[in-house]
Design a protein around this ligand. Sequence first.
Ligand code: GRF
Length: 187
Amino acid sequence: MINIAVLASGNGSNFQALAEDKELEGQIKLLLVNKAEAYAIERAKALKIDYVIIENQNYKNREQYDDALIAVLEEFNIDLVLLAGFMRMLSPKIVDHFTNRIINIHPSILPKYPGVSAIKQAYDAKETETGVTIHYVDKGLDSGQIILQEKIKIDKSDTLESLTNAIHKLEHKLYLQAVKIVLEKFK
Ligand code: GRF
C-alpha cells in the first residue's frame, strides 16, 4: 500500500474528498497542517486520520521548516505527498527529497493565474472559462508538469461565490482522478 500525506492550511475539503474515496489504492495516513486553526484538523479527527501541526513561526527559515516536514513524513513512511491548499512554498530540499512524489491542486488553467486568489483573478478578468489543474511540484510557483486539467465555463450569471463552488466541486473529482493516475506509476 502506498502511504499518502495531505498537506493543507485551511478548509480541507479536498483532503476529505480524497480520504473518503473507497477505491483509492493508497492510504491517506497523515494530514499535515501549518496552521493550528485549520478546519482540516476537524475533518481529520472525524475521519480518524492522524494529523500533525507544524507551525511556521517556530522555525528560523524555510530550510529548517522543511527539515521538520521531512522528518514527520519519514516517521509516517510517506511515499506520496498531496498539497491541498497548503499556503506555503516548499524549499528545493524537500522537492528533491520527494522527486515526482509531490502533487498540487490549483484552481486555474495553469499557466494562467498561478499563486494566490486564482479563482478571483479569473473572475475579475472576465474570463469566459477557467478550471482546475493538478500538477507535479517543482521548484517554481505552480509550474510543475501537468497531470490533469479540466475547464469550466464562467457564465454571465455567475457570481464569485457560484464560480468558487463549481471549482471546488470539480477539484474534488479531478484530484482523485489525478491521484489514481499517479498511483498507477508506483506499480
Ligand atoms: C483549493 O481551491 C485548491 O485548489 C487551492 O486551495 C484550495 C483548498 O481548498 N490550492 P480546500 O482546503 O481543500 O477546501
